[in-house]
Write a protein that binds this ligand. Structure first.
Ligand SMILES: [Zn+2]
Length: 70
């Protein structure tokens, strides 16, 4: 391959497990008995979900906060 550093028009995410195409979608997660939905990348081929830790942890933090208010 003669890959010079050219700009990729669209960064395509690939599954680290099978190399399949990843697509954004809503994924249900559960934390401390609370269900919430996060938008994550999911592999169309094997179903692997790529969790964005920062986003997921932020959501969990929100859940913890709301629990403390009760
Ligand atoms: Zn995959």
């Amino acid at each position: 391959m003669s890959n010079t550093l050219k700009q990729t028009p669209k960064p395509l995410w690939k599954c680290g497990k099978c190399g399949g195409e990843l697509k954004r979608g809503t994924v249900k997660a559960s934390y401390l008995g609370n269900d919430f939905e996060v938008e994550e990348l999911k592999c169309l081929n094997c179903g692997l979900v790529l969790i964005d830790e920062e986003l997921a942890l932020g959501k969990m933090f929100e859940v913890e906060q709301s629990l403390e208010d009760k």
